[in-house]
Design a protein around this ligand. Structure first.
Ligand code: BDR
Ligand code: CA
Length: 311
């Protein structure tokens, strides 16, 4: 199994991504979960991460709190998507498992130094603040990262928080810039692919039909979040962004993309946080990311349903 650290701002779709990882020990070994401010402020994201671990019956999992704001900007949150708690939908009990004392950034640094070089994958599901902070504080760890598989950005699909920018990159463009310039191999799940992973009525029914606490909670979460996608855009269902990251670790064959250059806009207020993706290779800037554009959505939801049923 691949050793990973999940860096997250739960978030219903973050929750499903975490549950998929925890349900798949033959493919994924979750070393720890680090929380960052994003969809909702840090006190809620770290708490939600623990709620999700308890839902999965994994009270021994180590959860760390990280940065409570972006590197150089005020925090922008997304309660309009995720509800006031960040995990609206199901009624889950407050967690009793502890939050670790160590800061998430130090945990990331220590883990990358302790594990053999090239054996730990970082899976950011929120703004890239914790990861960028770790790289700035301990540049020696960059060489030790196996890969970064992240959800963020969008190119042909445009943005979901501004016309140009996707939420995770927009919240901390400076952090994203640091990560995309790091030289670490990166796989990006942008809106171009996640908007093809829609929780239709029948896919939601399949989660509910699992019948377990996890299955029912996932059905309630995926029914709640991004409701406005259905109302405003007449979409068939909410896009399940973050689980694309953990599904990729299990079944990379479900995804298709191109190795290209991706740069982050950090200056213009109009296009702040835009991922400028050289999809057509019109520059000679070196490729720094595998930018995913397509998914076998039926295969993805089948994988999710089968794996979640194990919990
Ligand atoms: C991303 O933003 C968050 O609201 C979701 O959890 C996902 O990580 C999608 O733009
Ligand atoms: Ca997220």
């Amino acid at each position: 199994p691949r050793k990973i650290i999940i860096d997250t701002d739960p978030g219903q779709d973050d929750a499903v991504a975490i549950l998929l990882a925890l349900s798949s020990p033959e493919d994924i070994d979750v070393l720890g979960i680090t929380a960052v401010a994003g969809n909702v402020p840090l006190p809620l994201t770290q708490k939600n991460a623990r709620i999700v671990c308890e839902l999965a019956g994994r009270t021994e999992m180590k959860v760390f709190a990280g940065c409570d704001r972006p590197l150089g900007r005020d925090l922008v949150t997304a309660e309009h998507v995720h509800g006031k708690t960040g995990l609206d939908g199901p009624n889950l009990p407050d967690p009793v498992m502890p939050l670790q004392d160590q800061h998430a950034v130090d945990y990331i640094i220590d883990t990358l130094r302790a594990e053999p070089a090239g054996t730990v994958t970082l899976c950011p599901l929120g703004p890239l603040t914790n990861i960028a902070m770790a790289f700035e504080k301990a540049p020696d760890i960059m060489d030790r990262v196996q890969e970064i598989v992240l959800m963020g950005g969008g190119y042909f699909e445009g943005g979901n928080i501004t016309p140009a920018a996707e939420f995770n990159i927009y919240v901390d463009p400076q952090a994203a810039h640091i990560v995309f310039k790091s030289g670490v191999p990166i796989v990006v799940m942008p809106l171009d692919v996640t908007h093809k992973a829609l929780v239709t009525k029948s896919r939601n029914d399949a989660f509910r039909a699992i019948g377990s606490d996890v299955g029912i909670a996932v059905a309630q979460m995926t029914d709640f979040f991004e409701r406005f996608d259905k109302e405003k855009y007449g979409s068939e269902g909410a896009p399940l962004h973050d689980p694309c990251v953990t599904a990729y670790l299990i079944r990379p064959d479900l995804f298709k993309g191109r190795y290209i250059n991706v740069e982050i806009e950090t200056h213009s207020e109009l296009t702040m946080g835009m991922t400028v993706a050289d999809w057509w290779g019109v520059t000679d800037r070196p490729a720094n990311a595998l930018f995913i554009g397509d998914i076998d959505a039926d295969g993805f939801f089948q994988l999710l349903t089968v794996r979640l049923a194990r919990l």
